[in-house]
Write a protein of this length. Sequence first.
Length: 196
Amino acid sequence: MTKQIKQKEKTFLNHLKLAHFYWKNHLKKKSLAIDCTMGNGFDLLILAKCLLPLKGTVYGLDIQKKALINSSKLISKNFTNKERENIHLLLRSHETFDFLKEKCSLFVYNLGFLPWSDKKIKTNAKTTLKSLNSAIDHLSIDGAISIMCYPGHKEGKEETHLLEKRFKTLSSFDISFHRCYKKKDSPCLFWLKKKA
């Protein structure tokens, strides 16, 4: 009986694992994906592992030098020099994607602050909304946007609220929302998929 319970527990996906499941099933051959809030590089690593066998490209963005250094170390540990040619780490804000020369298949956001660092430096509603609008403009015809929010703190709650308001205006997207039912302010995932 215990073995069966443990097996069932494995099928429950928290917001991060669920996001990874969506990404893996969305990305196709030669896709381009952007980790808009690179942090320590763990989501970037998942994206790279999905994309490199598909001959895809991934960008990681962050405004903090520490994030760039940590992510670079993680990527160097997991990929060869040749593989790293399709992984680009940029020290820049996610507010706009005007550096892109092609449409993007997947934009990924993991909002909040850089783990194990200064919590005063965090994403905010104003720049996140600006970034979302830029992502929509640069999204491929069958593209998707993955956003993980953390409404357990004041700024995260405001960010989540304003994003939800914006989502109500996006008629060209199918949008799903995932959160632990009994924990109102638990981390949550929004998955936006462009309608065919």
